[in-house]
Design a binder for this molecule. Structure first.
Ligand code: ZN
Ligand code: ZN
Length: 936
């Protein structure tokens, strides 16, 4: 049996379809593991890496004393399967196979994935022959050829990939841990560091610093408008930029009639066709189409796996001789690009253009099959495909040709010039609309010709700072510096964005990104400089070439990292402090309105608020929603009234919750409460805010002297205001209680939140639980409750009110709880209950019960139930013991006044049954037993 292992399922499916020919392919799916069988062949796909590297046990604990960050440099590393189902399926078939073909992607990563598969196959079948199919396009021809001409695995290349994996794991983990611990960061805000990531971030930070340090310089540009017949043409001064104002002014003054043409120069310019696409050029082109680097690579990979383009990870910019270019142009017949393809075929250049880099692994990126808009799918992917197609066309088209014209003239003594160009041979430009070529067609001129001055202009301009990096520009720069590989560069950028080190496009560093970079630059500059990482990159290439061993390079990397740790550990305190000082800026939102010291976003557990750094001297603070709604972070926007940075809550997978200016938001949330004060107006609220009273609680808690001073008002007025505020505050507290009560007893329903119900109650004057206990049914049902819900709520409210009353009357809480449990929370019910029954039900002493009943009865103005003395109760209950009555039944009898054998003997069974709810027969039985036990 022949087992073919592809890198992904979608590729496996295509390979099976190509190789099966007319045979039927059987598909067997088990979760993520799928196999395609035809004849004696099984094709299956991996999910990229099916094993992962990790440190051995004991290294996962960051705070471990035994394994500090430095120990990770020499820690042992293991491989764990991550896709158990796929590994199991692969090994099941490998046991029975007599040929295994590794058909993973053809690059370092693919070779490593292939080697991982090889090791898993070897583990279960020592003798099977394993070969390697290499292809650059997933088309029938390429695949068939690759399987027929399978070679062996390139273990050196795979080892190079594995070395990179190990080094990146060790560097990333050890440095990230060190820095995060030094800066006292929690697990939700670690400071990540990486071998390629950190130098890349440093480039972005450095560019930002250049921009900040940039001092613009003024310069002046002169131009004139000249009339030639009816046409008006714009000439610019031949001097170009004037950097000295007086010189510009003099030239401007000297610009006057007569205008005389002094020279007419015609020429020809060749406009070279672009070179074939490598990964970087693909990302740059996609960037112009509005795609981010990561999005472009994802789409390109998708196009590759579906057979539309060749492998998109390539450094090659020269088409291999074996590629039949004509045949690929003919492929477009009958499709969207037919006309353009035919044009290229008719005018094809002698040999295609070629770039500087030539490698033998993959061809440059080119279209491998014709796709329609419908097949390709979404608009952005189609645009990318079209770009690849048109670039392919352009590399096979002739160069474009321009006819150029330059006209020089004098305006009195000042030299002016104009240039024009006309596209005479469109060449590649006819099929490639991505780089603009603007034609400026000038009329004919003759030397000595006179023109008329229509207008003149002296423009003041400023030099511009260098531009921030766009993603594609950064990737080009990374390539120039040898940072990362064609496969990883776009992923590094995505990581920097994901870790909130950079933002925007073009990209700029965040405060944290900048802090980490500047701290590292200061204390361990080798991490942020590109030199070391690109040295390692070169050495990995040497592993691939077989001139260095994996062990040698790993040892070298360990030495480098150890020396970095020497620097880091010597400065641990300083680095931690430095990082905290630099990142605190990100927590600072602006000046405190009360004392002017910086306000900071603060966190305590899940609660977060904005507090004054002058605490405890200044107690100003505003609350924020808890962190469960998202972590509060500062935004760039600043409130024009309060000079405070806006704040937003960031939560994974949800759009940010913009709070805006924290003080504006604080004022707004408290305004409603202020408006509840009698006679309060918006102007009045503003007056309070001006003297830094933002919340009703602040007003209520203020001394009248302080309020008199702040508002310059008389004492009675101040006292009245404070009293009003206290009332409002009390009312608000009741409301909060009512809201809590409602949410405890009414289940939420769609469209009827607890706030909605409680707001409806407020509007009907029901503001607290006591009010609720007396509410009318109609008021409750019209607030959105069903009758059943209203009844429950009503009875619960009454219960609460009654309990509060009993407490108020003087029944101690502990005993009260027992009465409530016995169903006696209503004062009227309580005082009427038989004390003996209550004593039996609650276990409280009968004397205490009688005392409580007397107190409560007095308060509500009724006569309590007849008292029972302790002696008669104790003696009576003792006479019932021999009957063995269950405690519950005993209590029921007690409530009916029967708590002794004698009383039971005398009881009227009919009546007792009604009072207690106990079955008549049971009662008769008890009565006869009582007669026997207690005599006549
Ligand atoms: Zn303050
Ligand atoms: Zn504001």
């Amino acid at each position: 049996m022949h087992l073919i292992i592809a890198e992904k399922n979608i590729v496996a499916e295509r390979i099976a379809a190509f190789l099966a020919g007319k045979q039927k392919v059987q598909t067997k799916r088990d979760g993520v593991a799928t196999e395609y069988t035809f004849g004696d062949t099984i094709v299956m796909g991996l999910r990229g890496h099916v094993v992962e590297l990790d440190f051995t046990k004991g290294y996962s604990n960051w705070r471990s004393e035994e394994h500090p960050p430095r120990s990770l440099i020499h820690a042992d590393i293991e491989k764990h399967p991550t896709e158990k189902k796929i590994v199991a399926l692969m090994q099941k078939h490998a046991r029975k196979a007599d040929r295994v073909t590794i058909a993973t992607d053809f690059d370092t990563e693919g070779e490593l994935i292939g080697m991982e598969a090889f090791e898993l196959v070897r583990a279960v079948n020592k003798n099977v022959s394993v070969d390697r199919a290499r292809f650059s396009a997933i088309t029938k021809d390429e695949i068939t050829k690759a399987i027929d001409e399978a070679q062996s695995i390139d273990f050196n290349l795979a080892k190079a990939g594995e070395t990179r994996q190990v080094i990146d794991l060790v560097w990333g983990a050890s440095l990230t841990r060190f820095l995060s611990i030094a800066a006292h960061r929690g697990s939700d805000s670690i400071l990540s560091v990486g071998r390629v990531q950190s130098p890349t971030l440093a480039m972005i930070v450095d560019r930002e610093k250049e921009i900040e340090a940039f001092v613009p310089e003024k310069y002046w540009m002169l131009s004139l408008a000249a009339k030639k017949g009816k046409e008006e043409l714009s000439f610019r001064h031949a001097h170009g930029r004037f950097t000295i104002k007086s010189e510009a002014d003099a030239a401007f003054a000297g610009t006057k009639d007569p205008l005389t043409v002094t020279e007419v120069i015609t020429g020809k310019k060749t406009d070279k066709a672009p070179t074939p696409l490598d990964t970087t050029a693909l990302i740059v082109g996609a960037g112009r189409l509005g795609l981010s680097a990561a999005s472009a690579m994802n789409r390109a990979e998708d196009l590759y796996m579906r057979g539309f383009i060749s492998y998109p990870r390539t450094d090659n910019t020269v088409y291999p001789k074996s590629l039949n270019l004509r045949q690929h142009l003919k492929m477009f017949a009958g499709g969207e690009f037919e006309r353009d393809a035919n044009m290229v075929l008719a005018n094809m250049r002698g040999s295609p253009t070629r770039g500087k880099k030539e490698t033998t692994d993959h061809p440059p990126v080119y279209p491998t099959s014709k796709g329609t808009r419908q097949e390709i799918g979404d608009d952005a992917t189609w645009k990318l495909y079209e770009f690849i197609v048109r670039r392919f066309f352009a590399t096979l088209s002739p160069d474009a040709e321009w006819k150029t014209l330059k006209v020089n003239m004098t305006a009195a003594a000042e030299p002016y010039t104009i240039t024009g160009g006309r596209l005479t041979v469109p060449g590649w430009r006819a099929v490639y609309p991505y780089s603009k070529a603007e034609e400026t067609v000038l009329p004919e001129f003759t030397v000595g010709e006179k023109l008329t001055l229509a207008d003149k202009l002296c423009e003041e301009k400023e030099t511009q700072p260098p531009a921030r990096y766009s993603q594609s520009r950064l990737i080009q720069r990374m390539e120039e510096l040898g940072l990362g590989t064609k496969s990883t560069r776009h992923e590094v950028i995505s990581k920097l964005i994901g870790r909130k080190y950079i933002e925007g496009n073009p990209m700029k560093p965040t405060i944290v990104g900048r802090a980490v970079t500047e701290s590292l630059e200061q204390f361990a500059g080798t991490i942020t400089a590109p030199t070391m990482t690109n040295t390692l990159e070169e050495h990995m290439e040497e592993i691939a070439a077989g001139t260095k061993t994996m062990n040698a390079v790993l040892t070298e990397s360990k030495t480098m990292l150890s020396s970095i740790f020497d620097d880091l550990e010597a400065n641990k305190e300083a680095i931690g402090q430095d990082l905290m000082d630099r990142t605190i800026e990100g927590q600072t939102v602006g000046p405190c309105p009360v004392c002017g010291k910086p306000l900071r976003i603060r966190r305590a557990g899940s609660s977060q608020f904005i507090g004054c750094s002058g605490y405890p001297d200044c107690t100003f603070n505003t609350s924020l929603p808890p962190a469960t709604w998202g972590n509060a972070v500062r935004m760039d926007e600043v409130c024009p009234i309060h000079q405070l940075n806006h704040v937003q809550l960031l939560r994974k997978g949800a759009p940010a919750w913009k709070i805006g200016c924290p003080l504006c938001s604080h004022i707004q949330t408290n305004a409603e409460a202020f408006r509840m004060l009698p006679g309060m107006t918006d102007a009045g609220i503003e007056k309070l805010n001006k003297v830094h009273i933002y919340a009703i609680s602040e007003l209520a808690g203020m001394s009248s002297d302080e309020l008199m001073r702040r508002l310059s008002i008389a004492r009675p007025e101040a006292e009245q205001m404070i009293a009003d505020a206290e009332n409002v505050l009390a009312l608000l507290r009741k409301r909060t209680e009512l809201k809590k009560f409602i949410s405890a007893h009414v289940a939420p329903r769609r469209g009827r939140g607890h706030s909605k119900v409680s707001n409806a109650f407020f509007s009907k004057g029901i503001v607290d639980v006591a009010g609720l206990s007396k509410a009318k049914m109609s008021d409750m049902t019209s607030s959105g409750l069903s009758e059943a819900e209203a009844e429950t709520l009503l009875s619960e409210a009454r219960k609460v009110v009654n309990i509060a009353k009993m407490k108020e009357y003087g029944v101690p809480t502990v005993t009260l709880k027992k009465y409530v449990a016995a169903g006696c929370e209503d004062p009227a019910v309580f005082v009427a209950a038989n004390p003996a029954g209550l004593a039996l039900a609650t276990g409280a002493s009968v004397t205490t019960i009688c005392k409580h009943q007397k107190i409560v009865a007095e308060k509500i103005g009724v006569t309590p139930a007849e008292a029972v003395s302790k002696a008669s109760f104790d003696e009576g209950v003792a006479t019932l013991t021999p009957l063995g009555i269950e405690p519950e039944m005993l209590a029921s009898l007690g409530f009916a006044g029967v708590y002794s054998c004698d009383l039971l003997k005398k009881a009227n069974i009919e009546k007792l049954a009604r009072q207690t709810g106990i079955d008549k027969e049971i009662l008769s039985d008890l009565k006869s037993k009582a007669k026997m036990v207690c005599g006549k």
